[in-house]
Write a protein that binds this ligand. Structure first.
Ligand code: NAD
Length: 333
């Protein structure tokens, strides 16, 4: 049997590791795995951006281990991997960090990822799902991203993500470690990261609406993105592990082009406030079009995003209004 046809099966009663499990997407994933009956979930996180509080009521099946990939001793990581059957790798230094600390991004996302996959193969992990990014593509314009185009990342973050993808190809070939790569588009929802002075357009403008201020649009608002709700992303991520399809790369997005103008008008509508957006000078996103072609995920994983933009924005606005969108203090490690 080749690696590409090895079955993983259901997450129920399994031992799983989620790196970055205290962060935005990771915390939703951990909660979903608990709900789906995973036996044991090892959450590995540096706690630099994430917070165990994101996991809500602690469940006896969830164990949080503080560990910084690319920095802390690999022997600790090897111990944490003992008995792990399925690995979800979400921990990463992200785009907003890559401008100021490119070396840290490479250490975490390339060196740390290499060590993790190497030790996972040694520990007998049966399958890895790696959370990559639209930034692996690199381009800002043109037709929807397609998994079979040649990626040309232009940011250190994008380069580090593509490198993680290729490392998996390497470990699949040399050590028979099955995997799937998910290139997430723009993920949004409750608990989305609100620290480091960077907040998404959704959280920032949600807060402005709550304060009675008009939402802000940079430039003409025609820049177009693919917004996908976090619950849908979690569903795709679990499917990518459970599926009998392996060693493939998938775009995970709504597949729907949404301009910032449309996004803001939908946000105003769900907030039930009356407001008119104000325009500020264009930023680097002016004229951009970044949308994923999601046919492959539909065809091979049987997945497509189920949450409408209005529904997802309403849930996210409700969370912002509940006052829980407090910036987390970045920990100096
Ligand atoms: N949010 C999005 O729109 C989006 C889009 C594309 C890809 N992604 C990818 O999805 C994954 C999760 O993103 P998120 O939005 O939940 O981010 P997040 O920052 O909320 O979560 C990342 C978590 O990883 C932890 N972490 C960072 N570096 C680490 C390291 N070296 N060792 C251990 N833990 C570390 C952080 O403390 C944090 O808890 C990331 O890999 C990101 O690149 C996210």
């Amino acid at each position: 049997m080749t690696a590409a046809t090895k079955m993983f099966g259901s997450v129920r009663h399994r031992t799983l590791m989620v790196t970055g499990g205290c962060g935005f997407i990771g915390s939703h994933l951990v909660r979903a795995l608990v709900a789906r009956g995973a036996r044991r979930i090892v959450v590995l996180d540096s706690l630099r951006y994430g917070n165990p509080a994101n996991l809500g009521q602690t469940s006896a099946s969830v164990e949080v281990i503080r560990h910084q990939l690319g920095k802390d001793p690999p022997a600790d990581l090897a111990r944490a991997l003992a008995g792990v059957e399925g690995l979800f790798h979400l921990a990463a230094e992200k785009h907003n960090q890559s401008v100021d600390s490119p070396i840290e991004v490479l250490r975490s996302n390339v060196e740390g990822t290499h060590t993790l996959f190497d030790l996972a193969a040694a520990a007998g992990v049966k399958k890895v799902v790696f959370s990559s990014s639209l930034y692996a593509y690199g381009r800002l314009l043109g037709s929807p991203f397609s998994e079979d185009e040649v990626p040309r990342p232009t940011t250190v973050y994008g380069i580090s993500k593509l490198c993680g993808e290729h490392l998996l190809g390497h470990f699949a070939k040399t050590r028979g470690l099955p995997y799937n790569v998910l290139r997430y588009l723009f993920v949004y929802g409750p608990r989305q990261f609100a620290g480091m002075g960077y907040k998404s357009v959704i959280v920032k403008n949600g807060e402005r609406l709550l304060a009675g201020d008009p939402p802000v649009i940079f430039g003409d608002g025609k820049q177009t993105l693919d917004y996908v709700y976090v619950d849908d992303v979690v569903d795709a991520t679990i499917r990518a592990l459970e599926s009998d399809i392996s060693n493939e790369t998938f775009n995970i997005g709504s597949g729907q082009p949404t301009s910032i103008e449309q996004l803001i008008s939908t946000l105003i509508a769900v907030s039930k406030r009356s407001a008119t957006a104000v325009h500020e000078p264009p930023d680097w996103t002016a004229g951009s079009f970044r949308v994923g072609n999601v046919d492959k995920a539909r065809r091979l994983l049987g997945w497509s995003a189920a949450t409408s933009l209005a529904e997802g924005l309403a849930r996210t606005f409700e969370w912002t209004a509940s006052g829980r969108a407090q910036p987390l203090q970045t920990q100096k490690l």
